[in-house]
Design a protein around this ligand. Structure first.
Ligand SMILES: N[C@@H](CCC(=O)N[C@@H](CS)C(=O)NCC(=O)O)C(=O)O
Length: 243
């Protein structure tokens, strides 16, 4: 059994969802009290980014402090928390490896293509914008299909009955994907939808999602709001065309 008595915990990241939101979900769902240190997008980062005491060993966020331990790199933090909090399947080597695999799948393969659409040039032409969105949708749908297939013999979570660290990454990445690129992205993937709704219904997470405590920004892109407006207009146009 993991020891759930925790020392003081701080998770430092920017004031957006980005790479850290899955880690926030994981800590919240496990009932861990932590300092959710959200660095604003202002000159404070520029003045502190070169200070290893602030920006960690690699100069990038997120950074986790767990008592005397300082850890960086999103997926390493997930691995550590997964093991410390009993969120790595049955605790054996295979489940631990699959937990890492699904963390990487969520963080790299699902989240980065979804967020990529709000890192495009804000004033790019409509054709280039539409084709980047279509490419992201295609890539994501193929990957959601693989997840759907995986869940057919397990579920509702990736390792079975209870969530592992990787589920929070898959959840966050797909929630970002459907918010940015349209809810119909999940139309053919009922098991994926079930995973998302089961996780969102867990009491502490449901409370977090209802209270509006989650950062409103997705990323640090300075032109995020313009890209979001373009995306919303595009999704509306497509809905009208399909009606
Ligand atoms: N591979 C690292 C990447 C960390 C990283 O690049 N973080 C970005 C935010 S998403 C950052 O700190 N950017 C600020 C900067 O580099 O000045 C991880 O997964 O944690």
């Amino acid at each position: 059994m993991p020891d759930l008595s925790t020392p003081p915990v701080t998770l430092r990241y920017f004031d957006c969802r980005g790479r850290a939101q899955a880690l926030r979900y994981l800590l919240i769902d496990a009932g861990i009290e932590f300092d959710d240190d959200r660095v604003p997008f202002d000159e404070r980062w520029a003045t502190r980014r070169d200070d290893p005491a602030f920006s960690g060993p690699f100069g990038g966020l997120p950074v986790l402090r767990w008592g005397d331990l300082e850890l960086a790199q999103t997926e390493a933090i997930a691995l550590f928390l997964g093991r410390a909090l009993g969120l790595a399947g049955d605790g054996g080597d295979q489940d631990a490896a699959w937990t890492v695999a699904f963390t990487a799948f969520g963080h790299q393969d699902l989240l980065q293509p979804a967020l990529g659409v709000i890192w495009q040039p804000a004033d790019g032409d409509d054709e280039a914008f539409a084709s980047a969105c279509a490419a992201a949708r295609d890539r994501l749908r193929r990957r959601y299909g693989r997840l759907e297939r995986w869940l057919a013999s397990r579920g509702p979570y990736v390792l079975g009955e209870s969530p592992c660290a990787g589920d929070y990454f898959v959840f966050e990445a797909i929630d970002v994907g459907r918010t940015l690129l349209g809810h119909n992205l999940l139309d053919e993937f009922p098991r994926v939808v079930t995973l998302l709704s089961e996780l969102a219904a867990r009491p502490r997470l449901a409370l977090h999602l209802q209270t509006g405590d989650r950062p409103t920004r997705f990323s640090g892109s300075p032109t995020e709001s313009q890209l979001l407006a373009r995306l919303a207009a595009k999704v509306d146009r497509e809905a009208d065309a399909g009606a």
